[in-house]
Design a protein around this ligand. Structure first.
Ligand code: BGC
Length: 862
């Protein structure tokens, strides 16, 4: 195959609209056969008239990931086309065959043609959604139309009654008082000559729903009390003129008898079809009764910024795998997997006034009824009053975490398509997979990916069901490595990291939840040094984005903040504390031990960041401070004989993985402590949120990979596979969420928390050996150069993993044969792998598919 270029993105996105980065970064992949290596690249960007905005000229370079634009200043509201021309080491050349583009948005210009608007009244206890509309006229040929829209709250935009986008839960959750995102939509095809209507349904969402008040004192709110909407519809005509329809006082609202009577992320949605119709979003709506003016608001919003993140979409649909009638007469539906999503209800006939109630839960209790004890006060229910027509309804402003539904009052025959689940997520492209001879392990991997999808709904949440669903920073940072291998989440983390930084305390501490409602009690992170393990997300996540996707700019943008945080930690002396090894089982690692150890690790990462950015003084500073803190740690925590004082698996794993031992003897003793403790527990772990992600690595790095496998394949509680044996389809919050058929007594017992799934990183990195080279040279960022170091073990007779890296798909497979272990590797074009097989010396492999047979001379084949 002749090499060609595919997968073109700008700022991690395919053909983004409304993009505001002054120097967007371009990426592509080389596809082809043979040992193709790129030797030079040229990027050409043209404006709408075909004029050259940037011609990089040929640059002798092999990289093709996140290459920054360096041309003329980009103009707002302009479509730029771009392509890449690449030459290869075999003399061939390729030009990108896709018509890639990016379209700029405001580029920092103010939103001069619109105001924030909200409904004057109607926000009672039940907090109905607001309907907003504006009629306008188009009287000459239209070239194109773009809708730029945002909200404090959630909105669904309509043009002439038609939903303007498939995206959900817009504009997403950000640190609203600092930054509010807008999205851009191409609505040209929805407009017509003559009268048109731009409308929006506006709900509470994260801005002013119950979730925003979760940590606030009674009677106060998180961000504000009333949702607001803002939009600019930019109409570009054939004659070159431009008109903008913006939100202002000329808009109308309909706040009485709203169809969406209650909307809340925790509690659900209440919809009354008897009072709904299309007329409020169609021309002529002003003749309707209940139509009144709007209020221009505008308090509480920060800067309006482009949506650098990943949109929430329907990622798949589920139909029930079983449908049963309970003795009480309610329907019980089982959708077969625990997901985050909403239902789409289809009623084929009219049932005026009939009321359907749907409750959602993750499991069934011993009697076979819906189990809701772990939802705490989140109601998670849909209430529908049927109207005079057949109906299709999906809640607009909520989602639920569930596998089962209990449906009462269903007024007609229940069929497979009556209730369909729309699974929602921002993790839309899966980049990693794993399969082996152990089906339980495969299921564990699949559960990890599912929990990620369920918890990557606009922000990384702890869980999607109970009254939390917050961006707990500790959970996100421990899972970030696995996350970035499982799914393409460059855009997702770029956005959330911006909020991590925007939500910092005035002294520069990262919060324990992000976004952080400004009205919330400043509990855990009130100290400048924050809360180790959780606040560390501000250091770990940007660094992981660099390691996994080659994103140098995130390090440039975050460096000062990360360094400041670590300096504050340094000044904390002995006060630096972690939130604990959350949900460890049968062991307690003191919080100050964790805090001190993590501080040393953060100093290492920040020194690596400084080295990357060429800030040598800073690098030296952090290396020196790390050494000083390390010496202090060692004198506190190791005896003269090299014995560690904290006798837990987590403590020992920290010592091994974070390099905290004073010498080899002490390290060996920590390794023995770890192995002995695991053995003493009958090959069981005892780690929590902080120890678990590094536990297998600690065993591997201390020469106990066989024990790591035993732990990995353990099926009794506590272990990674135990939930799988209990039929789990997602990762549990607790090791013992369900034991002997009995649910843990705490309400804090989510069946969908990804933190313990962080072990999946080891399936890539060690079982199949696909790993990045941390701290390597510029070539090793973004997988231009990487390592293949599989370590077969356990009961496995074969294993394989795939990682769709920024340079293309990497595959690694091994299989035990009669002669030994056979390996098959796929290395993407334009990359090099350092292969390290057990007991052999390292060698390099270039692009292509390689079979490495056991014994005899090594054979490779394309
Ligand atoms: C959340 C966790 C979080 C923890 C911190 C819990 O309630 O669900 O995932 O990290 O609190 O204490």
């Amino acid at each position: 195959m002749v090499p060609h270029l595919t997968g073109l993105t700008a700022e991690y996105k395919v053909n983004p609209l409304g993009m505001d980065e002054p120097q967007p970064r371009f990426s592509w992949r080389v596809k082809g056969t043979g040992a193709t290596m790129q030797v030079s690249r040229r990027i050409v960007v043209r404006d709408e008239k075909g004029g050259i905005a940037w011609d990089s000229g040929p640059v002798a370079a092999g990289d093709s990931v996140l290459i920054p634009y360096a041309g003329k200043s980009l103009r707002p509201f302009t479509r730029y086309a771009w392509h890449a021309e690449v030459s290869f080491d075999d003399g061939t050349i390729a030009t990108s065959d896709e018509t890639a583009f990016f379209e700029t948005g405001f580029m920092g210009a103010p939103w001069a043609k619109s105001k924030w608007i909200s409904a004057a009244a109607g926000q009672g206890e039940r907090r109905p959604a607001t309907r907003l509309a504006r009629e306008f006229s188009i009287d000459k040929p239209l070239k194109r139309a773009r809708l730029y829209a945002t909200a404090l709250g959630l909105h669904v935009p309509f043009v002439n009654g038609v939903r303007a986008t498939v995206n959900r839960l817009m504009p997403g959750w950000t640190q609203y008082e600092k930054r509010v995102q807008y999205q851009a939509y191409d609505v040209t095809a929805l407009l017509r000559q003559g009268a048109n209507v731009l409308a929006a349904l506006l709900g509470d969402g994260w801005y002013c729903g119950t979730i925003s008040r979760i940590a606030t004192p009674p009677g106060t709110c998180g961000w504000g009390w009333t949702p607001q909407f803002r939009a600019e519809l930019r109409l570009e005509y054939d004659d070159g003129t431009v008109e903008t329809v913006g939100t202002d006082k000329s808009w109308s609202s309909f706040f009485l008898n709203p169809a969406v009577q209650e909307n809340d992320l925790y509690h659900g949605e209440e919809y009354d079809a008897t009072v709904d119709d299309e007329s409020w979003k169609l021309p002529g709506f002003r003749n309707l009764k209940n139509c009144s003016g709007v209020t221009e608001a505008g308090q509480g919003a920060g800067e309006i910024v482009w949506n650098a993140g990943a949109d929430v979409r329907v990622v798949r649909e589920l139909r029930p795998i079983s449908r049963t009638r309970r003795p009480s007469g309610v329907w019980q539906l089982d959708f077969g997997e625990n997901v985050a999503g909403v239902e789409r209800l289809t009623l084929k006939s009219a049932h005026l006034g009939a009321v359907v109630a749907i409750r959602h839960g993750e499991a069934l209790d011993a009697e076979g009824d819906l189990w809701c004890a772990n939802l705490a006060f989140a109601k998670q229910r849909t209430l529908l009053t049927c109207g005079k027509k057949p109906l299709v309804y999906t809640p607009y402003f909520t989602f639920y975490g569930f596998r089962y539904m209990e449906v009462s009052g269903w007024p007609e025959e229940m069929e497979d398509d009556s209730i369909v689940v729309e699974v929602l997520s921002s993790a839309t492209r899966q980049t990693g997979s794993f399969a082996s001879s152990n089906p339980l392990l495969d299921k564990f991997f699949a559960n990890t990916a599912r929990s990620q999808q369920d918890n990557f709904v606009d922000i990384p949440t702890d869980c999607p069901q109970r009254c939390e669903r917050c961006g707990w920073t500790g959970d996100a940072q421990v899972f970030s490595e696995t996350a970035m291998m499982n799914f393409d989440c460059g855009a997702f983390f770029t956005k959330w990291i911006a909020d991590l930084y925007a939500s910092r305390t005035p002294q520069g501490a990262f919060r324990s939840i992000v976004p952080f409602p400004p009205g919330a009690a400043n509990n855990a992170t009130e100290k400048p040094w924050g809360l180790a393990g959780w606040s560390d997300a501000g250091v770990v996540c940007p660094w992981m984005l660099y390691r996994k996707y080659g994103d140098r700019r995130i390090v440039e943008r975050c460096y000062e903040g990360a360094a400041r945080y670590v300096r504050n930690q340094d000044e904390a002396d002995d006060n630096v504390r972690a939130l604990g090894d959350h949900l460890a089982i049968g062991a307690n690692t003191p919080s100050d031990f964790l805090g001190q150890a993590l501080r040393i690790e953060m100093m290492r990462i920040v020194s690596e960041m400084a080295a990357l950015l060429g800030r040598d003084d800073e690098r030296r500073h952090f290396v020196a401070r790390r050494n000083a803190r390390l010496a202090e740690f060692q004198s506190h925590h190791f005896s003269a004989e090299g014995e560690l004082d904290v006798r837990t698996q987590t403590a020992a794993a920290f010592v091994i993985v974070y390099g905290l031992a004073p010498d080899d003897n002490a390290r060996c003793k920590a390794a023995a402590l770890l192995a002995d403790d695991i053995r003493a527990r009958g090959n069981h772990l005892s780690t929590g949120f902080l120890g678990t992600p590094i536990l297998l690595r600690a065993l591997e790095e201390s020469g106990n990979t066989h024990l790591a496998y035993e732990l990995l394949e353990q099926t009794t509680c506590p272990s990674w596979l135990y939930p799988v044996t209990q039929g789990a389809t997602t990762t549990w919050e607790r090791w013992d969420a369900i034991r002997d058929g009995v649910f843990h007594a705490s309400w804090m017992n989510s069946l969908n928390h990804y933190a313990f799934g962080s072990a999946a990183a080891w399936l890539y990195s060690t079982v199949c050996g696909i790993r990045d080279i941390e701290g390597g040279d510029a070539l090793s960022a973004s997988w231009k150069r990487f390592r293949l170091a599989p370590h077969p073990g356990g009961t496995l007779t074969h294993a394989e993993a795939r990682f769709d890296s920024p340079y293309g798909e990497i595959r690694s497979r091994w299989e035990r044969t009669a002669d030994g272990i056979a390996y098959t590797f796929t290395i993407p074009c334009n990359t090099t792998a350092e292969v390290i097989l057990p007991g052999e010396s390292a060698f390099l492999l270039g692009p292509g598919r390689h079979n490495i047979v056991p014994a005899g001379p090594r054979r490779t084949a394309d």
